[in-house]
Design a protein around this ligand. Structure first.
Ligand code: NAP
Ligand code: MG
Length: 500
């Protein structure tokens, strides 16, 4: 394949990986798509093609599922002890950590995010997730249950791996999403077919090489590159798949749930959000303003839990809007690979159009732009960090997930009690996350109870930890990722009753 001109800031090792031939991992082999088709991967900082990757279709998905089925039903993986599984996951984490810089560069090149952020967030969190989950392999316990049916019974429960898991992930945190999905599946002894997002396949393909190097038996992890309809849908429908785990839009989440009905495979969904950041007048204003800005501008706003609805008390509303707008105006935008960059481009042309379309719809419906609102430079998919004020609750910018660096600002009044404020915060089809900014401990705990969302942050936002469960109420999803809780979503519970 022709070597394309890549960003000169890339290390030689990363550039040589990107310029190499890209293959998918199926049944322990690196392979092309059965059709031989490939598709281009773009650099979001300039819109240029950086490489081609295989385009998996139904035949490839089927092959990968059969490999995962065989590995689960009769391969060496199922005969490994929990401790052996644990050590293999830790070995993967160690290899991954040794190549941390390479992964940070790949993530930045492919997704557009600042390499400085990938270095301190995406990569270390993904490594840590594998270590955390590796530790669980040896701790998947059941209970002994005293039966009232009679004293001459001995009954106990045990957790068993759910089987073959299809995993479909998005492009906003390509590596971290792969880790969130693979970690618990491997810890519990499942086998996996993972479909990477079409926009960001590179870090997952590099991870596939490390998975091979760590020594996972053939078929335990299969990694596909391809499109949602061509490769994702056949996985979600497949009768030999026991569970599908999806992260992405609520719209596609609903398609996944429908596709799963054929064999009633288990489904977990981590979907969209429209999370409020709620600022009380007693908050430390410097902290709250910087926090509210970071809540929405982090990762170019392409976070399912982005604090995209700013709710500030009317006595501090102007100060908050001005403060967040000033920060928006100062953020350094540029290509992710520039070490000085604080905000990179959006992931794709499609996402660029979506986000700028939302900004236009806001102004057409009468909202005012307090900061940003425009494209940045004429190359690449850059959108300025944007603050929108004078909004009404039924505007599209307030109701729908924008998934870009765009926040709407609304005030709440002094006479509103917490009940009314919570109703305003909960006035959304989503329920993924919220942040509350206050120095009053009672207000903080009361709001934490009243908010209908899977995560409530107090005086912080976007804090993640492998040990903390994450997921949504309402249309933000089914089930939880991470923490001990995710293990329940990758295991079946068996009750065994013995007559003594
Ligand atoms: P998406 O379409 O939901 O994509 C997520 C994943 O699902 C991708 O791997 C996608 O493949 C795959 N997919 C698409 N259609 C499918 C189908 N019918 N069956 C099985 N898999 C399918 O998200 P998007 O198009 O990338 O982004 C659109 C919007 O979704 C964003 O603007 C944002 O609002 C939301 N989103 C949310 C999250 C989140 O973390 N909750 C993440 C990303 C996007 P392709 O790679 O071919 O699309
Ligand atoms: Mg899509």
């Amino acid at each position: 394949m022709a070597t394309l001109a890549l960003d000169p800031r890339l290390s030689t090792v990363t550039a040589s990986f990107v310029n190499g031939k890209h293959s998918m991992l199926i049944d322990g082999q690196f392979v092309s798509a059965a059709s031989g088709k490939t598709f281009p991967v773009y650099n979001p900082a300039d819109g240029e093609v950086i490489c081609e990757v295989p385009e998996a279709e139904a035949a490839d998905a089927d092959r990968a599922v059969r490999a995962a089925r065989k590995a689960f039903d009769s391969g060496p993986w199922s005969k490994m002890t929990p401790s052996e599984r644990s050590r293999m996951i830790w070995k993967l984490a160690d290899l991954f950590e040794q190549h941390a810089e390479e992964f940070a560069e790949l993530e930045s090149l492919d997704n557009g995010k600042p390499v400085s952020v990938a270095r301190v967030a995406d990569v270390p969190l993904a490594v840590d997730l594998f270590r955390y989950m590796g530790g669980w392999s040896t701790k998947l316990l059941g209970n002994t249950i005293p039966l009232s049916a009679g004293l001459n019974f001995h009954a106990y429960t045990m957790r068993e791996p759910i089987g073959v898991v299809a995993q479909i992930i998005p492009w906003n945190f390509p590596l971290l999403m792969a880790a969130w999905k693979l970690g618990p599946a491997l810890a519990t002894g499942c086998t996996v077919v993972l479909k990477l997002a079409e926009q960001t396949p590179l870090s997952g393909l590099r991870l596939a090489e490390l998975i091979q190097e760590a020594g996972f038996p053939a078929g335990v992890v299969n990694i596909l590159t391809g499109f949602g309809e061509g490769a994702g849908a056949p996985l979600a429908q497949h009768d030999l798949v026991d569970k599908v785990a999806f992260t992405g839009s609520t719209e596609v989440g609903k398609l996944i749930a429908k596709a799963a009905t054929g064999n009633l495979k288990k489904v977990t969904l981590e979907l969209g959000g429209k999370s409020p950041a709620i600022i009380f007048p007693d908050a430390d204003m410097d902290v709250a303003i910087a926090g509210a800005a970071s809540a929405v501008f982090f990762n170019q706003g392409q976070c399912c839990c982005a604090g995209s609805r700013l709710l500030a008390h009317d006595s501090v509303f102007d100060q908050v809007v001005e403060g967040v707008s000033n920060i928006a105006g100062r953020i350094r935008m540029g290509p992710g690979l520039d070490p000085a960059t604080e905000l990179g481009p959006l992931v794709s042309q499609e996402q660029f159009e979506r986000v700028t379309g939302y900004i236009d719809s806001g102004t057409k419906q009468g909202a005012k732009i307090a900061a940003g609102g425009k494209r940045h430079t004429d190359r690449g998919y850059f959108v300025q960090p944007t603050v929108i004020k004078d909004v009404k609750p039924d505007m599209k910018v307030v109701e729908e997930e924008i998934f870009g660096p765009v926040v709407t600002a609304q005030s709440f009044s002094t006479d509103a009690d917490l009940e009314r404020l919570a109703a305003q915060a909960n006035d959304t089809i989503y329920g993924l996350a919220a942040s509350v900014w206050t120095r009053d401990i009672s207000t903080a705990h009361k709001m934490a109870r009243k908010i209908r969302a899977g995560t409530v942050w107090v005086n912080c936002h976007n804090v993640f930890d492998a040990a903390l469960p994450f997921g949504g109420y309402k249309q933000s999803g089914w089930g939880r990722e991470m923490g001990a809780e995710v293990l329940n979503n990758y295991t079946e519970l068996k009750a065994v009753t013995i007559k003594l």
